[in-house]
Design a protein around this ligand. Structure first.
Ligand code: NAD
Length: 475
């Protein structure tokens, strides 16, 4: 049995016992050493890929049920993304696993030094609902590549995908290797994270819950990777190609109805090109979704009523709606919306919007830009549209952000050679490609000394000439 249901409807002790047994069985399996070999990791990655291929239709269907993603979007941003990740990992894993030889200081000669990429052990992966398939499986790929066992916790807020994930994992892996726990995340802290020393927690979700996870993890000194959210700025200067910028912003913002952690949250546009940009974005929205986005098969829905209420609640009397703003609660629909808000204290300037509302504000000087961005420091992503290289260098150097694009949005995620992760409030640690392997392994340092010669000056009694030799060796 690889599926344990942690919910209020089950007795705590039963849950607790099952969870405790699961952790022990994974630790024993890890300690058996089976997960360490290259052959095992490679085989499991292939097994995972085949299982996903078998379930591809179910996954696409589930993503449509949970978020009304069309097949193209579901494949491109979730399933295809994972196939590419597995292929990249398989192509490089052998090389990543190689022991690295490093130099040995002369005073330790004759000897050799090496760094081994050691698997961590039993890891926990917790994922959110917005890309509910990809954000659970991508870290799992890295965990398998690292030679670990894994406990997975998908989001309960995307129930159709959660069900497919659970079936897929259950039919593919033995629970002592990879298991899935379903249910409300808040039970995980007391029932799993605080009770057991896991070897790593890889968490993707809100900054708010990230803080809680870190508190739970502190109890067992369990290391964490936190992939969090934040308000990602998008800057358009006077020199930018405005039609290009509008296309990329509209695409990056409204894909998945704005429910993307790296979506542009607000646009700061130079005052001389603001009207042009607004018109170009409106035009692009019309081209992408027609006159009524609700009728477009390509426009997703909000995950649930609570989130829709939050988003609709932002549009109060202080907000100037440039276009959009319509909602339909029965259909969990919110129209692609462009707004302006002058009040600096308005929640739209402080909350991560995480929905189809794009906030636009004009600026005059670069100083003004820094002022606005520093209200919400450490964004997960940063986007700049410009032809001015000096401006590009200035901004990318001075602003601290997780990752970003010049003259595009979101696409930095698609390059497995670019580490992905946040900084400060948007998270800690990285993954994708080699960085994922690094996150799920640790460098173990080993120095080996030959036994055929031994310098006398290691040992007392100290002779008068020892210190001169030492000074020559250690300078
Ligand atoms: P969330 O933090 O509410 O939930 C994420 C996961 O954590 C879920 O599986 C949930 O069950 C679990 N959880 C909730 N409370 C928990 C607790 N106390 N202990 C342990 N687990 C708990 O996030 P969400 O609403 O699902 O996702 C939206 C957020 O995720 C946004 O802020 C978004 O920016 C962020 N996000 C970040 C990335 C990234 O890669 N950095 C990607 C996607 C989403």
């Amino acid at each position: 049995m690889s599926v344990l249901v942690a919910s209020d409807t089950l007795s705590l002790s039963l849950n607790q016992l099952q969870i405790d047994q699961l952790v022990v069985s994974q630790q024993q399996f890890f300690n058996s050493g089976v997960t360490r070999s290259y052959a095992f990791r490679k085989a499991q990655l292939n097994v995972l890929k085949k299982a996903i291929q078998r379930r591809e239709k179910d996954i696409i269907h589930a993503l449509h049920q949970d978020l009304r993603k069309n097949e193209f979007e579901a494949y491109g941003t979730e399933i295809g993304f994972i196939y590419t990740d597995i292929r990249h990992t398989l192509n490089h894993l052998h090389q990543w696993m190689q022991t690295k030889r490093v130099a040995t200081p002369i005073m330790f000669w004759p000897g050799s030094s090496r760094i081994v990429h050691d698997p961590l052990g039993t890891v926990l992966i917790i994922s959110p609902w917005n890309y509910p398939f990809q954000l659970l499986i991508a870290p799992l790929i890295a965990a398998i590549a690292g030679g670990n066992t894994a406990i997975l916790k998908p989001s309960e807020l995307a129930p159709a995908t959660e069900a497919v994930l659970s079936a897929l994992i259950e039919e593919t892996f033995e629970p002592e290797y990879i298991a899935i726990i379903k249910g409300p995340g808040q039970l995980l802290g007391p029932q799993l994270i605080e009770r057991h020393h896991l070897d790593h927690i890889f968490y993707t979700g809100s900054t708010q819950v990230g803080r809680i996870i870190m508190q739970h993890a502190a109890r067992q000194l369990t290391p964490v990777t936190l992939e969090l959210g934040g308000k990602s700025p998008c800057i358009v200067d006077e020199t930018a190609d405005i039609v290009w910028a509008a296309k990329k912003i509209a695409w990056g913002k409204f894909i998945n109805a704005g429910q993307t952690c790296v979506a542009p949250d607000y646009v700061l546009v130079h005052e001389n090109v603001k009207d042009k940009l607004v018109e170009a974005i409106k035009h692009q929205l019309q081209k992408m979704y027609g006159n009524d986005a609700q009728k477009s098969p390509d426009y997703p829905r909000i995950i649930n009523q609570r989130r829709l209420n939050t988003l609709a609640g932002y549009l109060d009397e202080q907000v100037v709606v440039i276009c959009g703003g319509k909602t339909d609660a029965a259909d969990l629909y919110m129209e692609p919306t462009l707004v302006e808000v002058n009040e600096a204290e308005h929640p739209l300037w402080h909350d991560e919007i995480f929905g189809p509302i794009l906030l636009i504000r004009s600026y005059k000087t670069a100083d003004e830009l820094f002022e606005v961005i520093n209200v919400n420091p450490y964004p997960l992503a940063f986007y700049l549209f410009t032809k001015n290289r000096h401006f590009e260098r200035e901004l990318t150097e001075k602003i601290r952000f997780g990752g970003g694009c010049i003259n595009n949005t979101l696409v930095h995620l698609g390059n497995p050679d670019l580490p992905f992760g946040g900084t400060g409030y948007s998270g800690m640690g990285q993954y994708h490609g080699y960085e994922g392997f690094r996150t799920f392994t640790r460098p173990k340092s080993i120095m080996k000394t030959s036994t055929w010669i031994d310098a006398p000056l290691w040992y007392p009694p100290v002779k008068s000439w020892y210190v001169n030799v030492l000074k020559k060796l250690m300078k």
